[in-house]
Design a protein. Structure first.
Length: 270
């Protein structure tokens, strides 16, 4: 009788107990699958396609007003043969862009990457007559005009340096300065657009007066330096580092400076 009652109680308890919980089981699997599949797929596919490239992009642009923007274009461009200058632009009136050059040797074109290219396309050298007379051609120039409808217009001066440009100095190979501190002027012959003077001496100061005149100023030699000082001055084209020349500077004890100031010298340019 006791055995029958015990069996009856066990069956009654089993029928009333909750479903068993599987450790690390159904909650994780069913929750992540249903959540990520229905949520991510609906959001990426429906929301992305409907609201992105096809819908919002075109509706957000305002094309009612013409516009043109371009990178900073200088007023003057200094160039050598075959040099190109490129400027990125953005516009909604691309069919109304006008590009004009006043000379055949300089070309202005629309590039493939929404850019405007200014390009020196022809060599520039001495003529046979100039070679015979030892004359070097001066830099030549033209204008380039960029016009875009009524919203943008700019004219740029393009200056091209000759391929056979030179820098020469008049006077002796050495410029002599008084050891007490002195000043002298060197006459420069050059057909470069511009040039720069440098020196390896900290006791010299170089002042470019104009494209044909260089002022050289020296400081007094310190008492603890007994030997006469010497230095080199180098002139180099600002565009072409291969166009260069040098002259020497040295000290002398004479009281009179050997300045070579010659403003009136002619420049052998064509």
């Amino acid at each position: 009788m006791k055995n029958i009652l015990s069996l009856f109680l066990l069956l009654l308890l089993a029928s009333c107990s909750p479903d068993p919980v599987t450790p690390n089981g159904g909650g994780n699997n069913s929750g992540s699958n249903s959540g990520s599949n229905s949520g991510n797929n609906n959001g990426d596919n429906n929301g992305g396609n409907n609201g992105g490239d096809n819908g919002g992009g075109d509706a957000g642009e305002d094309t009612s007003k013409p516009y043109f923007t371009i990178g900073l274009v200088p007023d003057t461009i200094k160039t050598l043969t075959y040099w190109s200058f490129s400027y990125i632009y953005s516009t909604n009136i691309e069919e109304d862009i006008s590009l004009q050059s006043s000379a055949d040797w300089c070309e202005v074109t629309l590039g493939p990457d929404s850019n405007i290219i200014i390009h020196a396309i022809e060599s520039y050298n001495q003529t046979e007559e100039q070679k015979r007379d030892f004359i070097y051609p001066a830099p030549r120039q033209c204008t380039v005009t960029i016009t875009v409808g009524d919203v943008y217009k700019k004219t740029v001066v393009v200056i091209q340096e000759a391929d056979d440009a030179v820098i020469q100095t008049e006077g002796y190979a050495y410029l002599e300065l008084n050891g007490n501190g002195d000043k002298a002027y060197k006459h420069i012959i050059s057909n470069c657009i511009s040039w720069t003077a440098t020196t390896n001496a900290d006791w010299l100061k170089l002042n470019k007066i104009d494209e044909n005149t260089l002022e050289i100023v020296s400081t007094a030699r310190p008492d603890n330096i007994t030997a006469e000082r010497s230095a080199a001055v180098t002139l180099t084209s600002d565009l072409n580092e291969w166009v260069t020349t040098s002259f020497g500077v040295r000290e002398k004890e004479a009281e009179i400076s050997a300045g070579e100031y010659k403003y009136s010298e002619p420049t052998p340019w064509d």
